[in-house]
Design a protein around this ligand. Structure first.
Ligand code: SF4
Length: 316
């Protein structure tokens, strides 16, 4: 469940409108600046300025040879920034424990998280499977941290997914990470159960098994396994079919309390949602209405009903 406390999100500085790009410009991301900024504290980083490069500066690129992937001047491969960038990234990434997510700039040889152009020493494009050097270090050193790129955040489903993940990450950091009590993990799993189910039914079952701890694993081990599997599972997009499965489960809680007509109405809304005719909010609102009439402590605490502030306008 999200609290009123602001989250901490790392971000490539040019996405906040800072004029730090090689050409002296920025790449302001409207969603970050207009909407997300109301809920998070941004921690901007410009790795290229961080290693002492000027603004403006000559463009750099990724070049691959027998020594591996290097970050070099696009016109002169002897001007090599690999070591400086790796050192900057290692230092920076060793000090990011308070973050709940990171937004990177696409198509940057420093910040791009995927599909970067990689050249050979003669300047020929050899593939587009590169990763910016800073982004690589960030994702390797913080594999459970939600990370996204500006371009992907323009996609409604990916944006919703990223925002869901950062709020779950924040809840974990606040309520489970600092705790030595198994009950805090049990409660965490209990309140996120249906949200997890909406991303992956298999993960919902696996994580439930892990929390049951039949193997009597050490608590620290259970916590590590749980968090790793949870954050991986949440990367799966929720989608209508999976949401319908969750809605049917929720409907089951009211089977003795609501009339046949009410059941039919909810059923119709779920089917209409499944067909893409109405947004998720329609059946969810009716379920919340039933919940008000027939209180259920277990359901009321489910993060599924409110994975992030409604005002963010993300519900599909
Ligand atoms: S993409 Fe990264 S390195 Fe390039 S200007 Fe933006 S923050 Fe700086």
């Amino acid at each position: 469940m999200h609290s009123n406390q602001k989250l901490n999100i790392g971000i490539s500085a040019c996405l906040l409108g800072e004029k730090v790009r090689f050409d002296g410009g920025h790449k302001a991301l409207t969603f970050a600046n207009k909407i997300l900024s109301q809920y998070v504290n941004f921690k901007p980083v410009c790795p290229e300025v961080g290693i002492g490069m000027s603004v403006p500066r000559k463009p750099i690129r990724l070049v691959e040879d027998e020594s591996g992937v290097r970050l070099v001047d696009s016109r002169d491969i002897n001007k090599d920034y690999t070591q400086a960038m790796n050192k900057f990234a290692t230092d920076k990434c060793s000090n990011l424990s308070g973050l709940n997510g990171f937004i990177l700039t696409s198509k940057s040889p420093s910040c791009g998280m995927e599909r970067m152009k990689v050249y050979d020493a003669d300047g020929n494009l050899i593939h587009r499977k590169g990763v910016g050097l800073f982004a690589k270090k960030l994702m390797e050193s913080h594999p459970n941290l939600p990370v996204e790129e500006d371009g992907r955040l323009n996609d409604a489903a990916l944006r919703e997914n990223f925002i869901s993940r950062i709020f779950v990450h924040a809840d974990w950091q606040k309520s489970v990470a600092p705790s030595d009590l198994f009950k805090d993990l049990v409660e965490f799993h209990s309140r996120h159960k249906y949200q997890i189910m909406a991303h992956s039914y298999q993960a919902y079952r696996d994580l439930g098994q892990l929390v049951a701890n039949h193997q009597k694993l050490d608590y620290a081990e259970v916590k590590t396994l749980y968090f790793t599997r949870l954050m991986k599972a949440l990367k799966n997009l929720a989608g209508r079919k999976k949401h319908c499965n969750v809605l049917m489960h929720l409907q089951g809680y009211f089977k003795r309390d609501i009339s046949g007509n009410d059941k039919q109405e909810l059923n119709n809304l779920i089917m209409q949602y499944r067909q893409g005719l109405i947004p998720l909010l329609a059946p969810l609102t009716l379920i919340k209405h039933f919940l008000k009439l027939h209180p259920n402590e277990y359901l009321e605490k489910q993060s599924y009903f409110s994975p992030y502030p409604l005002e963010m306008g993300l519900n599909g």
